[in-house]
Write a protein that binds this ligand. Structure first.
Ligand SMILES: *[C@@H]1O[C@H](CO)[C@@H](O)[C@H](O)[C@H]1NC(C)=O
Ligand SMILES: *[C@@H]1O[C@H](CO)[C@@H](O)[C@H](O)[C@H]1NC(C)=O
Ligand SMILES: *[C@@H]1O[C@H](CO)[C@@H](O)[C@H](O)[C@H]1NC(C)=O
Ligand SMILES: *[C@@H]1O[C@H](CO)[C@@H](O)[C@H](O)[C@H]1NC(C)=O
Ligand SMILES: *[C@@H]1O[C@H](CO)[C@@H](O)[C@H](O)[C@H]1NC(C)=O
Ligand SMILES: *[C@@H]1O[C@H](CO)[C@@H](O)[C@H](O)[C@H]1NC(C)=O
Ligand SMILES: *[C@@H]1O[C@H](CO)[C@@H](O)[C@H](O)[C@H]1NC(C)=O
Ligand SMILES: *[C@@H]1O[C@H](CO)[C@@H](O)[C@H](O)[C@H]1NC(C)=O
Ligand SMILES: *[C@@H]1O[C@H](CO)[C@@H](O)[C@H](O)[C@H]1NC(C)=O
Ligand SMILES: *[C@@H]1O[C@H](CO)[C@@H](O)[C@H](O)[C@H]1NC(C)=O
Ligand SMILES: [Cu+2]
Length: 570
């Protein structure tokens, strides 16, 4: 009895302590234009607080976050906190027309949310039009205890991989989408800098200083628009400790493969001779014939302290990057990793499934309207779909989808997103690449309704229509377990037995293999309207999206609260 009372007192004390130490992190994000020079040209870009990449947001697990977004740019904007669960705070999630109407020029909105039950590196980015190109930054969630499940690194360094369009990205995309074509970026970047392989860019090269013998934590984000990236540092190995803010079994590798939307926490030990080394990133692209892509390489320089001036003229050592189509390299990285069972915030795989879905992912075409100029394949426009539905944002309806859900407004979206494609076919066969019977999806704004706390399993099946590509599918509001993945067509009889129900990766963005499939499972324990989309910017713009409408639970504390009073109006 005494002992029990003691434990109760201790537990209460600890609870009080942890409550007391939870802080409020409050910042103002002023969205504003700024002129910066890259690739020989001065360009006006949209930034947060004049910074590119944007400010690093640092919180501790359990903190309340308040971000006042003041829009002094000429564009509509929203901010999404990519990877943050937004438990019962769906109004702060950000995707335009899904959870909110955009913040108009000269307007503001305050995002209020708690960061709970997760730690590691995630990021924030604009989720309106194409503004995420330059409006993004790292969001670092430190453990509440201050302890990592690995030795404390000497220093932490964000590595944000991105790309650069040599022009106004909104104007570029207005034109590109109007003609239905593809316009690739002009450079990749490391922390906003293209590096010395580009003209006028010697001074635009990211430099990382290392002290020999120390271990650094690289907090990596792939913020690039359209490309998976390989990342290497000459002569160095990495130990990956977390992906998408979920701890993994330590994984030693000399190369990181990272898809748009994904993050990785990577230990780098400065265990090489004092000298200088390049870090470099180049694209991983699949498809036969390979689609149009930016085939440039960005690089930065790693310099050890004590590297003397007499050696300064010697060139840094350059890593050997794999060829752009090295699927084996990418696949090894994506499949050879398991979650760290029992690590902070680790969750077991839910075993009972309530909803089974099978989603085909396709690149498609849209017929060119009369008199229009179309510069996509076959003089038509590119499109994209899930289960033959190409998602249209409900612009001009007066409400975002989640407001429509909350206020019972009809006519904004429908709840008939199909659980299966209309007809089964040989999804990945190259013979179907030019099957025009499957080329033109319907355009719709369809969601799938889910009961609170139901468990959903999705088989993502890539198709070979037009061109098989790797699609990084991102789910808002949740992380999912990746039960299995493979090439060719998913076959339940053959593939269900391969499910890893013990220690699968837990992610918010899965790179579904080109010409292959992946199975994910999550528990819908968070009411709201949760966007699901390919994080390749072109593909989401073409309609490769859907949403889950998760109903409220039985109690007030498991229900979606009313929208905040300052939620922007359409
Ligand atoms: C650099 O400039 C030269 C001369 O204008 C040009 O030929 C070359 O293509 C440029 N290289 C890059 C990477 O832009
Ligand atoms: C990139 O693509 C262009 C055009 O296809 C080609 O001329 C060039 O050699 C390629 N560069 C690299 C580095 O692969
Ligand atoms: C990669 O592309 C090259 C041509 O650029 C081609 O010769 C090679 O077969 C491709 N490799 C794979 C694995 O597709
Ligand atoms: C990772 O690769 C190693 C070496 O090929 C293999 O022994 C191991 O089973 C793989 N692990 C997973 C989880 O795929
Ligand atoms: C196409 O252009 C012609 C000639 O300019 C015009 O008469 C016609 O109305 C246009 N059609 C459409 C659908 O815009
Ligand atoms: C929306 O409809 C549901 C079910 O019909 C009802 O319980 C709820 O009160 C309605 N909400 C509003 C805001 O009208
Ligand atoms: C996809 O939808 C379009 C438009 O509704 C329809 O014409 C087409 O037949 C559908 N494709 C399949 C394979 O059902
Ligand atoms: C959701 O379901 C799980 C069992 O799958 C249960 O443990 C949990 O308490 C439920 N959560 C809520 C909020 O009802
Ligand atoms: C699925 O796999 C089973 C077991 O390997 C096999 O017997 C069956 O033929 C496969 N089905 C198809 C459609 O390939
Ligand atoms: C900006 O948002 C308003 C309100 O939703 C909308 O009517 C308008 O079309 C948007 N402008 C652009 C350029 O998207
Ligand atoms: Cu995609």
């Amino acid at each position: 009895m005494k002992l029990l009372a003691f434990w109760f007192a201790l537990a209460s004390a600890l609870l009080l302590f942890s409550l007391a130490s939870a802080a409020t992190v409050e910042h103002t994000f002023t969205v504003q234009n700024k002129i910066i020079k890259r690739l020989c040209n001065e360009r006006e870009i949209v930034t947060v607080n004049g910074l590119f990449p944007g400010p690093k947001l640092e919180v501790r697990e359990g903190d309340a976050v308040i971000i006042h977004v003041v829009n002094n740019s000429p564009y509509n904007i929203t901010i999404h906190w990519h990877g943050v669960f937004q438990l019962f705070t769906a109004w702060a999630d950000g995707p335009e027309y899904i959870t909110q109407c955009p913040i108009g020029p000269q307007h503001s909105y305050t995002y209020r949310f708690n960061v709970v039950q997760q730690e590691g590196t995630v990021w924030w980015h604009a989720h309106a039009s194409v503004l995420r190109a330059t409006v993004h930054g790292a969001l670092i969630i430190y453990p509440r205890s201050g302890k990592y499940p690995f030795p404390k690194p000497y220093k932490e360094v964000p590595i944000i991989l991105g790309d650069w369009y040599d022009g106004n990205v909104v104007d570029i995309y207005d034109y590109t989408l109007a003609v239905g074509a593809v316009r690739v970026s002009d450079a990749f970047t490391i922390n906003g800098l293209p590096g010395d392989l580009f003209n006028c860019s010697k001074q635009q090269t990211f430099k990382l200083k290392l002290r020999q013998g120390k271990t650094y934590l690289l907090r990596m984000v792939n913020a690039a628009f359209n490309n998976n990236l390989f990342f290497k540092i000459a002569n160095h190995k990495f130990t990956v400790v977390a992906m998408d803010a979920s701890y993994i079994e330590h994984y030693v590798t000399d190369i990181i493969t990272i898809s748009p939307g994904q993050t990785a926490d990577v230990l780098l030990k400065a265990d090489q001779p004092i000298g200088s080394y390049y870090m470099a990133a180049s694209p991983y692209v699949v498809g036969q014939p390979s689609p149009l892509f930016d085939n440039t390489t960005t690089r930065g320089i790693v310099v050890y302290e004590g590297h003397t001036s007499s050696l300064r003229d010697s060139k840094p050592i350059m890593p050997i990057l794999p060829p752009f189509n090295a699927t084996q390299v990418a696949n090894k990285f994506f499949t050879n990793i398991t979650s760290l069972v029992g690590a902070p915030h680790w969750v077991p795989v839910p075993l009972e499934v309530d909803e089974n879905m099978f989603m085909t992912i396709s690149i498609n075409l849209e017929r060119c309207s009369k008199n229009a100029t179309c510069l996509g394949l076959f003089q038509q426009k590119f499109s994209a779909s899930l289960n033959n539905e190409s998602f249209v944002h409900p612009v001009g309806k007066g409400f975002s989808m989640m407001e429509a859900s909350f206020y019972n407004v009809s006519g904004v979206y429908t709840t008939d997103f199909p659980d299966y494609p209309p007809v089964a076919f040989d999804y990945t066969s190259p013979k179907n690449a030019l099957d025009f019977g499957r080329m033109y999806p319907s355009k719709s704004t369809k969601v799938k309704k889910l009961k609170f706390n139901s468990t959903v399993e999705i088989v993502f099946q890539n198709t070979g229509i037009l061109n098989p590509q790797s699609h990084p599918m991102h789910l808002h509001g949740f992380s999912f377990h990746i039960l299995a993945q493979g090439f060719g067509n998913y076959n339940a009889t053959r593939d269900r037995v391969k499910y890893n129900l013990v220690n699968p990766q837990i992610r918010n963005t899965i790179a579904v293999p080109a010409g292959g499939w992946a199975v994910v499972r999550f528990q819908a324990n968070n009411p709201g309207m949760w966007f699901v989309h390919c994080h390749v910017e072109d593909h989401t713009l073409w309609g490769l999206n859907m949403a889950f409408e998760v109903e409220s639970g039985p109690t007030a504390s498991t229900s979606l609260p009313p929208p905040p009073p300052d939620l922007p109006k359409c």
